[in-house]
Design a protein around this ligand. Structure first.
Ligand code: CP
Length: 312
């Protein structure tokens, strides 16, 4: 079993229930991972993913190896038949085989480069490890998805009485840097598995990949979208159509308490205060961001538990 995208979840409500029960007794399965090792490979920075996945593995009794591959590893070649006389030093074929000898599970973070859409959508790092590793692979945020974050968000929603067809709004927010679409994509895919009124709001030109948003409601008027919202998930992403470009830095899209109304505020973190969201929101009781970060451990722990059980 791999955990590469939200599509690897069979029944989301069952996964959420099981994660919440793990949270109550995090050490209950501490024998399950005994004598097993997970390798966490980071091609990009992280705080939450690195520490929560490590904690999740430790709760299951696993040993953990962490490598900042982007800065410490050999530059990897992914294409077949390349004459490797340029910048790459090692082929994914050898690297994935070698790491599989050291680890029982390999977890990978490799963001989109946001330059070449086709290359990003091919998910060459994740796909390369999937093809050549002989152990299960976990996606710790790839070019197009962040399924551990989306599972976390489903857990957090459930813990806040996510019942009776609530209204959930995914709102774009400004950011000085061009950011990937992964978090927004996986949140959309997760919401498509929920019984909720779901609305996406963003300025024109920020449409996400239509093969992901499918028939989701898209409202370009943020104020209208936020009317009677129960949960507001805020995230920046760069343009998908004009791939990787910043088309707007309109500060009017920043989330404020006035706009939030009575809704709960969600964000995956890290977040830029007073750019994406005002201090008054993050410092209010309506913010769920710290709870979301805590739930990263139990989302990861559930995924690792299922993988360990499937390989018993
Ligand atoms: N939300 C999230 O993935 O945080 P990090 O980038 O710090 O891991």
């Amino acid at each position: 079993m791999n955990y590469l995208s939200i599509n690897d979840i069979d029944v989301l409500s069952n996964w959420v229930k099981e994660a919440i029960s793990l949270k109550k007794q995090p050490k209950k399965f501490k024998e399950l991972g005994k004598d097993k090792t997970i390798g966490l490979l980071f091609f990009n920075n992280s705080l939450r993913t690195r520490l929560s996945t490590q904690k999740a593995a430790m709760n299951l009794g696993m040993e953990v190896i962490v490598m900042n591959f982007g800065s410490e590893g050999w530059a990897l070649e992914y294409a077949d038949g390349t004459v490797m006389d340029q910048g790459t030093s090692e082929h994914i074929k050898e690297a994935a085989h070698v790491i599989s000898q050291y680890c029982d599970i390999i977890a990978i973070r490799a963001f989109a480069g946001l330059v070449d859409k086709e290359l990003d959508e091919a998910e060459q790092v994740l796909s390369g490890f999937k093809e050549y590793a002989s152990v299960p692979i976990v996606n710790m945020e790839s070019s197009v998805g962040h399924p551990l974050q989306a599972l976390t968000d489903a857990i957090t929603l459930e813990e806040h009485n996510f019942k009776n067809n609530p209204k959930v709004v995914l709102s774009w927010a400004p950011h000085p840097k061009a950011l990937p679409h992964a978090v927004a994509n996986s949140f959309v895919q997760m919401m498509q598995k929920q019984n909720a009124e779901f609305v996406i709001t963003h300025p024109k030109g920020y449409e996400l990949d239509p093969s992901i948003t499918k028939d989701c409601t898209i409202e370009h008027d943020q104020e209208k979208a936020l009317e009677n919202a129960d949960f507001v998930y805020v995230k920046n992403w760069s343009s998908y159509t004009n791939y990787g470009q910043i088309k707007s830095q309109d500060t009017n899209w920043q989330m404020t308490l006035k706009k939030l109304g009575k809704a709960k505020f969600m964000h995956c973190l890290p977040v830029r205060r007073n750019v994406v969201v005002a201090d008054e929101v993050l410092d209010s009781d309506q913010s769920l961001v710290i709870e979301q970060a805590n739930n990263r451990t139990y989302a990861a722990q559930l995924v690792l538990k299922k993988i360990l059980e499937s390989n018993e």
